[in-house]
Design a protein around this ligand. Structure first.
Ligand SMILES: *Cc1c(COP(=O)(O)O)cnc(C)c1O
Length: 355
């Protein structure tokens, strides 16, 4: 793929590590590529970071034709920059594009776009412990008409944001509210895609939880409100007895790359992992009879996030005395060890950007 590169003549000052936060600062450049039905993807370019100019009738503003991805570039102790399983993100983006009738990307071109942009911006990958460069590819419908129709024009954009450590004050187990009213997704819908609309549908419950002092919502399935699906924007796992249980990918659950990696790590250590239906009744029973040992969310941003308390219909249940459990800690150490290059990558998951 031919990528034109136009470098900025006004590079920004890089923010202090302590002020990074999440998604507040952006690098000097971004990647853009256009799609039209007759020309396909064309005009791949890296340009100075700037506002996008879009027609007010642009499809994405009215009919929600938008998908995205989230991954990180990590700086290792010897100064190299690497990605974690980037092809998994690209494949998932194409699966989302297919569901939303948006144009698919050539996988190798998408990887080249990612690689090239990060190469250009490599000085923006922070090096303090726990910090990284968050990568946000997104793709949306861009026809300048209001008629509801198939999409003829799209844009693929990648922006980069240096982010701080998710756990500045150490890993604190979080309080979770089990949502019984709103649902995030239904089978046959878009739950398994990373589309903006899923987040739109989640906002109300998220806000309610926040007001009540919880960090996240635990979602139940959209039909029976009976089966555990996800926690906030993370997949969820529970250790019940000696079995790690995570909801099976039934179509309304996002197939997380962290989820997949946790399963592979656990299996490689000979642990028992089941991807199956997990009902709220089974979970409450395990909480009451003491067989529920640990619970955690997993996703790129937090890696793993231990669950200290679950609240359901006004009742509070404490997990593992509100402390991080052994399996949760081991997964955290293994994943972050591989991502930041402290552990040998026996799974072949890392992808080097700089030599
Ligand atoms: C992105 C996301 C996840 C986590 O996926 P990872 O690939 O592990 O980052 C889980 N659930 C939802 C709803 C998500 O959007």
């Amino acid at each position: 793929m031919d990528i034109k590169i136009q470098l900025t003549d006004a590079p920004k000052q890089k923010p202090d590590t302590a002020e990074l936060g999440f998604g507040k600062h952006f690098t000097d450049h971004m990647f853009i590529m256009d799609y039209t039905r007759d020309k396909g993807w064309h005009d791949a370019r890296i340009v100075p970071f700037a506002n996008l100019e879009l027609h007010p009738a642009c499809t994405v503003f009215h009919y929600g034709a938008e998908i995205f991805e989230g991954l990180k570039a990590y700086r290792t102790a010897d100064g190299k920059v690497q990605l974690f399983r980037p092809m998994e993100n690209i494949k998932r983006m194409n699966s989302s594009a297919d569901r939303m009738s948006l144009p698919l990307l050539d996988e190798n071109d998408a990887l080249e776009a990612l690689t090239k942009l990060i190469e250009v911006e490599q000085d923006w990958v922070p090096s303090a412990p726990g910090t990284s460069l968050y990568i946000r590819p997104f793709l949306f419908g861009a026809d300048p008409f209001l008629g509801v129709h198939s999409i003829n024009r799209s844009m693929f954009v990648i922006i980069l944001s240096p982010v701080g450590s998710y756990y500045k004050e150490g890993i604190n187990p979080v309080k979770i509210m089990i949502e019984t009213e709103d649902v995030r997704a239904v089978r046959g819908g878009t739950g398994y895609t990373k589309c903006g609309g899923n987040y739109g549908a989640s906002n109300r419950a998220g806000e309610k939880a926040e007001k009540l002092g919880f960090s996240q919502v635990l979602w139940l399935d959209g039909v029976e409100r009976k089966y555990i699906e996800e926690v906030g924007a993370m997949n969820v796992m529970f250790k019940i007895g000696d079995e790690v249980v995570t909801p099976a990918l039934t179509g309304s659950i996002l197939p997380g790359i962290t989820r997949k990696s946790c399963i592979e790590i656990l299996k490689s250590k000979g642990e028992k992992v089941s991807e199956r239906l997990l009902s709220i009744d089974e979970l409450l029973e395990a909480l009451e009879n003491g067989t529920l040992k640990e619970g955690w969310g997993c996703g790129t941003a937090a890696v793993v996030s231990p669950i200290g308390e679950l609240h359901y219909n006004g009742k509070k249940y404490v997990i593992n005395n509100g402390e991080i459990g052994k399996t949760t800690q081991e997964l955290y150490d293994t994943l972050t060890g591989i991502q930041w290059g402290r552990l040998q990558d026996t799974f072949n998951w890392t992808y080097p950007i700089t030599k």
